[in-house]
Design a protein around this ligand. Structure first.
Ligand code: GLU
Length: 373
């Protein structure tokens, strides 16, 4: 498991409320320990994103509300109050280690609707490129009941998938996934590695949750499914006590939910499997050769565009004979694409009035058809 963590370029760490909140306040000592570990990872060259719970718990304490008996409006109001202290706590602790925090509040739509997904992804990528540590939570205050994750386990898995993270670490108040509830069943065994979240496992998960957090084992398994499908390993481990990541390194006590493929392969499979493409990019012989060489598709190599596509849609890429040689996700909508094709990428800013991507289809978003297909 340590190999998976060490090899990861991008790691998402999900922190549950029960770790972070002690007697209604942030446990700054614990947080200082974790941010020290984040600093170590960042010095090693890894990028870290945090998904943190705690807004509702902090808000409840501040407003004197009982978390177990909240109406939806009360929990949204509590989140609005608590989120300030939550972010402030992270910002202070990270700053103490010389790291910059950035707050991102997401709703389901931001991770599932294509256009918003692309925007959220670009912003997060920009933040990572700037070397900041994004601190993410659900936007509880605006999320409506039907459109809420309600638990940060699945939100963290979606974010990990969205950003093609390599590993998602869920810091929890249990040290892994057991064959039965370890508090009540002496024969419960820790499962070290899971390669398939099947019905048997879901049955083992039961429905238990802890008093402070809102995600039980079932949501953790659902999170694992989301992450694994996106090519991201998920590690469930105990976050209690100082320096949980170093302890994980020493003891190895955790459950590894192993991704079946790497994030890039998962993304490419998804693109290759897109049944409905939204348009076509016709390209010249030079671009065909570049693509066969593993390069990205630049606007200058595109001779004609057709169809109705938005930025992020899957399009067919056709050679001079009109045969599909690849498909990929376009970085430009039809109208913008029409204006930039045949032109050098350096002209994009003048042609469109904004500085878009230099590639019309980036090689990470592009899958070649097998020759002869
Ligand atoms: N978003 C909620 C909060 O910050 C937590 C959800 C969860 O416990 O997973 O309080």
């Amino acid at each position: 498991m340590q190999n998976e963590i060490n090899a990861a370029k991008l790691v998402v760490i999900k922190v549950g409320s029960s770790l972070l909140i002690r007697d209604g306040a942030l446990d700054t000592q614990w947080l200082a320990g974790l941010t020290e570990e984040i600093k170590t990872a960042s010095t090693r060259g890894q990028q870290i994103m945090v998904v943190t719970s705690g807004a509702v718990a902090l808000g409840c304490a501040s407003a004197g509300l009982d978390r177990q008996a909240l109406t939806l409006e009360q929990s949204q109001a509590a989140a609005a109050i608590g989120q300030i202290a939550l972010t402030q706590g992270w910002q202070d602790c990270l700053a103490g280690k010389g790291l910059k925090a950035a707050q991102i509040l997401l709703t389901i739509g931001d991770t599932e609707e294509r256009r918003r997904y692309l925007n959220a992804r670009r912003t997060l990528q920009a933040l990572l490129d700037m070397g900041t540590v994004p601190i993410i939570n659900e936007n509880d205050t605006v999320a409506t009941q039907e459109l809420r994750y309600g638990d940060n386990d699945r939100l963290a898995a979606r974010v990990a998938g969205m950003m093609s993270a390599d590993v998602l670490i869920l810091l929890s108040d249990v040290d892994g996934f057991y064959t039965a509830a370890p508090e009540t069943d002496k024969n419960a065994d820790l499962i070290r590695e899971v390669t398939d979240v099947n019905d048997e496992l879901l049955a083992m998960a039961g429905g238990a949750g802890s008093a402070v957090g809102s995600g039980g084992m079932v949501t953790k398994l659902q999170a694992a499914q989301i992450a694994m499908q996106a090519g991201c390993h998920m590690i469930l481990t105990d976050g209690r006590g100082a320096h949980p990541l170093s302890r994980l390194h020493e003891t190895g006590r955790a459950t590894l939910f192993r991704a079946m493929q790497n994030p890039l392969a998962a993304r490419k499979n998804w693109i290759a499997g897109t049944l409905q493409t939204a348009g076509q990019l016709h390209i010249d012989a030079g671009a065909v050769a570049a693509l066969r060489d593993g390069k990205s598709l630049l606007p200058i190599g595109v001779t004609q565009v057709s169809g109705h596509f938005e930025r992020g849609d899957c399009v067919q890429i056709l050679d001079c004979d009109g045969s599909e040689i690849a498909r990929g996700l376009t970085a430009y909508a039809l109208g913008d694409a029409q204006r930039i094709i045949g032109r050098a990428s350096t002209e994009i800013v003048d042609l469109l009035g904004f500085d878009g991507r230099r590639e019309i289809v980036h090689r990470d978003d592009l899958v070649m058809n097998q020759e002869g297909e």
